[in-house]
Design a protein around this ligand. Structure first.
Ligand code: TRP
Length: 453
């Protein structure tokens, strides 16, 4: 019986919640993925749709996820068990929790591979390997890395182990200390890099690309990718933020906290874009060149700028850490659920970790041994297919169900009690967003990308 399940964890202070949620939100999604999908989908118009999705869909659903978690106080699957009982609703809603655990494992499986690239670059940068290289030889460094399954697998395995270590010991202990130093560090370094980008003649061109909307470049697929990324970057739609919400103290204001996390997350993504695109144009690179974008643009800049070795090393170190504090939240929902079933924390962590690791082999091979057409799924390689399926289908669908659950299934009085919003008008705005705007946006974007409308 779900009522008898006891939380297997304590509670955080508000500060730790903010740090953990920001740590989860800010990651490869901001620095690696946002610039490359923006480049692929033509820039400004895509960014505008993405920002609207953050405001009208992401933030309202994030508030919903946190409040569900804090009310249920358990892993997403069991939190839903508690909440459906309270609302006398169908147990089928637990599917949000189960699909979330699956989505987390799938995302983790390719996330660790990209994080592994970052580890590799950290070492290259530290050894001065980026200095004095032209754009072609920097591209060759990336191509060589992708061509080497052994190297990719070693780095992604090391990164997976790093994540398992924190989750195994319990997210509380390590995460707090790490994130307190690392998030401000990453922010500072990005600000420095923006300063560097400002010195380039192409800075304005980069900013235009990022913020000048040209709607003729936007496709229905682009809109779906923007929506999916709003979920991905805020860690929404799979229960990660719900799990963290279950550790949130009673008194903290959910609305304000969520706004802060979403603001920081968006700021970091836009800053990354303002660094990368000026460099892209400076060296006549292609903005739409795909997942390698960050790994071929920034190294060129580090190779040229003063203090390039320490700055480049520090940058890739912080990207690795940002990815680390994100990956923790990808497997925590599944691990928390297993511990509530009575499995000890370490075996639960290792079990889920093993599953992620096995799947990650598929992503590793996507760039080399399995890059051929016979291995394609949905017309693309395994790595892209898993990314696409999770970010653009599973997360928005999970978010849709969460919005409907919070907006229509949970009792208004319970929702109000969790949110404790003093401003009634603001509450009503949120209510309209989560009940009507967010669900309709997800459905319409799905339908149009499928060509139904
Ligand atoms: N938000 C992280 C990023 O931008 C990735 C991430 C962590 C995530 N936890 C998640 C994405 C949960 C979706 C769901 O890099």
């Amino acid at each position: 019986m779900s009522q008898q399940i006891k939380p297997t964890h304590g509670q955080w202070s508000r500060l730790v919640f903010v740090l953990a949620a920001t740590g989860s939100a800010i990651g490869l999604g901001n620095i690696w993925k946002f610039p490359y999908i923006t480049g692929e989908h033509g820039g400004g118009a895509f960014v505008l749709v993405y920002l609207v999705c953050i405001l009208a869909v992401g933030i309202p659903i994030m508030i919903g996820e946190v409040l569900m978690g804090r009310r249920g106080r358990l892993s997403p699957i069991n939190t839903l068990g508690v909440l459906v009982k309270e609302a006398k609703a169908s147990k089928l809603w637990k599917v949000i929790g189960y699909s979330g655990v699956l989505a987390g494992i799938l995302i983790m499986s390719f996330y660790t591979v990209v994080a592994g690239w970052s580890v590799d670059y950290l070492l290259i940068a530290a050894q001065g390997g980026l200095q004095g290289q032209d754009a072609d030889s920097i591209q060759a460094i990336f191509d060589n890395l992708l061509a080497s399954p052994g190297k990719l697998l070693i780095w992604s395995s090391i990164f997976t182990l790093m994540t398992l270590l924190v989750v195994g010991f319990g997210v509380q202990a390590g995460l707090e200390r790490a994130v307190k130093v690392l998030m401000p560090g990453l922010f500072l370094l990005l600000a420095l890099l923006v300063g560097y980008a400002l010195t380039l003649d192409t800075f304005i061109q980069g900013v235009h690309f990022l913020f000048d909307p040209d709607f003729s470049k936007l496709t229905a697929d682009g809109v779906l990718v923007a929506l999916g990324h709003a979920f991905f970057t805020l860690s929404l739609g799979m229960g990660a933020i719900m799990t963290y919400g279950s550790y949130m103290p009673e008194k903290a204001s959910i609305g304000k906290t969520v706004l802060l996390v979403a603001f920081l997350d968006t700021l970091v993504a836009l800053m990354a874009g303002m660094v990368i695109f000026p460099i892209v144009f400076e060296h006549a690179l292609q903005p739409g060149s795909g997942p390698g974008l960050m790994f071929v643009t920034l190294p060129i800049a580090f190779g040229e700028m003063p203090w390039g070795v320490p700055l480049g090393t520090a940058f890739f170190m912080l990207v690795t850490f940002a990815a680390w504090s994100s990956s923790i939240s990808l497997i925590e929902p599944g691990v928390a659920w297993l511990t509530e079933k009575g499995i000890a924390r370490w075996p639960a962590t290792l079990g889920i970790g093993l599953l992620c690791w096995l799947l990650s082999i598929g992503s590793v091979l996507s760039f080399n041994l399995w890059s051929g057409e016979q291995y394609q799924i949905f017309d693309t390689n395994f790595f892209d297919a898993v990314d696409w399926l999770t970010a653009n289908i599973m997360l928005p669908l999970g978010g849709l169900l969460i919005a409907i659950f919070v907006g229509w299934v949970m009792k208004d009085s319970h929702v109000r009690k969790e949110l404790q919003m003093k401003n009634e008008a603001l509450y009503l705005v949120w209510r309209v967003l989560i009940r009507i705007v967010a669900p309709i946006a997800v459905v319409v974007i799905f339908a149009s990308s499928l060509g139904w409308i």
